[in-house]
Write a protein that binds this ligand. Sequence first.
Ligand code: ADP
Length: 774
Amino acid sequence: MENETGRIRMDSSSDTDEDDVGLAQRYKTIVELTVDGFWYIDEYGNILDVNTRYCSMTGYSYNEVISSPIWDIEADMNRSQVIYQIDRTKKLGKALFETHHFKKDGSLIDLEVSATYIDYGTPGLLCFLRDITDRKELEQKLQESERSKTVLLSNLHGMAYRCDYDRDWTMRFVSEGCYELTGYQTEDLLGNRLISFNDIIEPGYRDKIWNKWAEVLSRKETFQAEYRILTASGEVKWVWEQGKGIFDDKGNVIALEGFITDVTRQKTIEEELRESERLFRTTLYSIGDAVITTDIHGNLKQMNLIAEELTGWGEKEASGKQLEDILVIINENTREPVDIPIREVLRVGEVVGLANHILLISRNGMEIPVADSASPIINEDDEVIGVVLVFRDQTEERAAREAIAESEARFRLLVESAPEAIFVQTDWRFAYLNPKTLKLLGAASPAQLLGKNVIDHFDTRSQDTVKELIHGLKGDKQDVHLVEETFIRLDGSSFVAEVAVVPINYGGADSVLVFFRDITERKEAEEAIIKAKMASDIANRSKSEFLANTSHELRTPLSSIIGFSDLLIEGTMGELNEKQKRYVTTINKSGNLLLNLINNILDLSQIEFGEMDLECVKFDIVDAINDVHSMISILSSRKNISIDMDIDLPQRMVVADNEKIKEILYNLLDNALKFTPDGGRITIRAIQKDTGFIQLSVSDTGIGIPKDDINKIFEPFYQSDGSTTRRYSGTGLGLTIIKKFVKMHGGNIWVKSEPGKGSAFFFTIPVLTDCTER
Ligand code: ADP
């Protein structure tokens, strides 16, 4: 076989030449017709045949290829790698791989090699080499675009998606942002595997979104909405979505594609902004002063109701106008227009106050006195972006100020003419002195004392008290202390005064208002009284001492008088005639009376010296009443006077001085008998008081006590009147003593009486007397 591929003997064992020619022809045709390059190589890497396509792909001639070893053309493999690849193909029978060949011009060509091992004729490889440069390029481009898409999507704060148009919004694709946005992994959402997107949408928004999509899709427009979602962690987020429908040829929706992003922060900021705007407007409109704000050019932006009232302009119509057109102000005195200080504020960037005596001319010509100030509105970058002007109607303030001035004048007149000495001290110095103070301190004019140290005008012993008193003032005006201190006059003499101090603010300084009054005369009178009282106490004491001593001395001779006169009356010393008996009886009676008097005096002086104690025991009070009753019954029957008992005591046992209780009762019964005419009636009552006291009373149907005497009968030696004294014997000490006894028990004694009808004496004693106390 003789042709360019003559070295190849495809089938050396073929039977005839004709057959060989036919076969070689068929082989050649196939090799030349194929669109790929073709090599036939032997097991050692020699290229035995090559087709025209390969030559045109690489720029080599047939002979150039045939004469080169493979590794000269092969770019990716060296010789041993080539031999290895041939061996591998031989073993496997087939191989498909990609490689690069050097073209004749030195550049590279991308090839896909499909090699098949044959072992008839010359064993070797049939290689089809496909130019895949275009495919590679395309692949690379695709990869590139894929990568940039992924990079883009993963860098977006949000989730790109493609989903079905169904109520679940079944996701077919979601970008990585899904996790950051919803807290669910992309796999969780795809095909509603764990949760559907519809379930992530806050329930209140689900229908709204469905309806809005439907409407947008019907018009084939872009969908845009803001709504809230619930993330995997339960957090609520505001999201913004934009998407569009994907339609088929017939206009049916086959999918939705779009992007969803978290706008919670913007929403919060928006909300905060609205909130602060609301707050600002509320503040502005509730401020008691008129407020106007302007922009950087001095054009009015806002004004509150008060500003509207004062200027006569409404916010809407004034908005955007130059402030000078709205706010017209003039000087009250010159009536010249005055500049509003906004220009200055805009220039200087600081607060500027308005001049005094300013009148605002309102839209309807009214003139209103105003005071105001203007402040710059500064932005974050410290730039002035406008002005706030605050002004106030001063009509009332002026009236109030006038009223204060008037009241001050009145008050000053009051203080000046007050009979009380009044001064004000600031920082321990006289700041104001009224005429009375000047007079008391011996000053001819205020100049002599104003600014002088206040403390110097107090006696050294008073200085500390005065300092303490003033230091102790805590601004509490109710807290007025009265003290008596000694003042020193300018001439050095002194006087005692009653001082009161009150904290005040005087001329802007913390000061003290001091009132004082010369009490020298009162002091002298008080001292005289104290002296007299002391003298009388001493006298009283020596009188009691004297009485106690003399009583003793008197009782001894009296015992003889009574004892011997008793003997004489009894006739032991011989019978006496009528006259003698009468005289001796008188001696005896007078003696007994005197003894009674002396005993009473002794009791009284003992009580007054505090020498008499209670001897408390537990006893039955009813027994004590009965004892006294039987003691007095002889006397009562003699006068034909009945003694009734009315006793209602659930608790009869008491702790008290038994003897003294009986003495009290006896005395009262004795008096009752004495002052009740024959045939009268006496009642003893005893009742329980729920306060732990027993109340006893002795009432009679006797002569009674005149109203004027009721309060005096408990005083020593007091007897209702001279005539009764003579008629009814007595010392006038009985009630005095028993009152002391009752008091020693901690009880009370009192009387109710009506002249001619009778008297009732009441006294109380505790059921349990605390005898240690007395
Ligand atoms: P006297 O020893 O004079 O009775 P009292 O101190 O017991 O002294 O009484 C003082 C005065 O109280 C009596 O002098 C009498 O004027 C008046 N008086 C006391 N008890 C009665 C009574 N039951 N009825 C009327 N007057 C009484």
